[in-house]
Design a protein around this ligand. Structure first.
Ligand SMILES: [Zn+2]
Length: 232
């Protein structure tokens, strides 16, 4: 799931002229781009290589290299991605019924709220495991992290769960409802994508005693640790 991070790439922010492409003429102008494309992106696969913030300081587009360059226009969800750059989790809340979402929803999904437009609110960097899976195989960009826990966790106050790595834990130790903290990568490594953060157990959390199920998972992942050691 994770995109390759452009850790070694130099970061450069530049002003750009109006594009010739007028397809998005009605939207806000984009004149500020930040690029961190690694030297000669030769590996086929995902890499976030840059982003641009609109002149209105709202809209946020991302440049994704996936064999060729794509622009992801985040439109009304832009605030969520822009704030990842600042280490903040923004979500939305319905002013009518109070339901709230991370990741954000633009309109309330409660039928009684009649597609009520939601408001942006900042969420705490706390979550709880809703469910999870232990990954024994993955795309190329995450192979060296195997075996890892992919958690679907509810950010405190959110109605829905969001997926991300659960780190700082043995794969067999994850538990339903376990408390988590949201941990961001250092600011100069953030790219405005969900891979800017991951989950870790909340401070003070201790795994419960071993169970037959935990023993089973532990046994299953043992050969994966051995295999990962053979990767360059
Ligand atoms: Zn509502």
């Amino acid at each position: 799931m994770a995109a390759k991070k452009a850790k070694t790439a130099r970061r450069e922010t530049k002003e750009v002229k109006d594009p010739k492409d007028k397809a998005f003429d009605k939207g806000p102008g984009f004149h500020r781009q930040t690029w961190f494309r690694p030297e000669g992106v030769d590996e086929p696969g995902l890499a976030f290589v840059g982003y641009e913030i609109a002149d209105n300081d709202e809209n946020f587009n991302q440049f994704l290299h996936y064999d060729q360059l794509y622009t992801i226009r985040h439109g009304q969800n832009s605030r969520f991605f822009r704030n990842l750059l600042k280490g903040k989790l923004m979500g939305t809340k319905c002013p009518k019924c109070g339901a709230a979402w991370v990741p954000p929803r633009t309109n309330c999904w409660d039928i009684d709220c009649d597609l009520q437009e939601t408001k942006w609110v900042e969420f705490p960097l706390k979550a709880k495991v809703h469910t999870w899976t232990v990954a024994g195989w993955s795309g190329r960009s995450s192979l060296k992290k195997l075996p890892f826990v992919l958690a679907y966790a509810k950010i405190e106050g959110s109605t829905v769960a969001i997926a991300n790595y659960l780190q700082g834990i043995k794969p067999w130790e994850a538990e339903f409802d376990m408390p988590l903290k949201v941990v961001f990568v250092p600011e100069n490594e953030r790219v405005g994508a969900v891979t800017d953060f991951h989950f870790e157990p909340a401070d003070g959390w201790k795994p419960g005693p071993m169970t037959p199920e935990k023993e089973r998972i532990k046994k299953l992942v043992e050969p994966i640790y051995e295999w990962v050691k053979t990767l360059k």
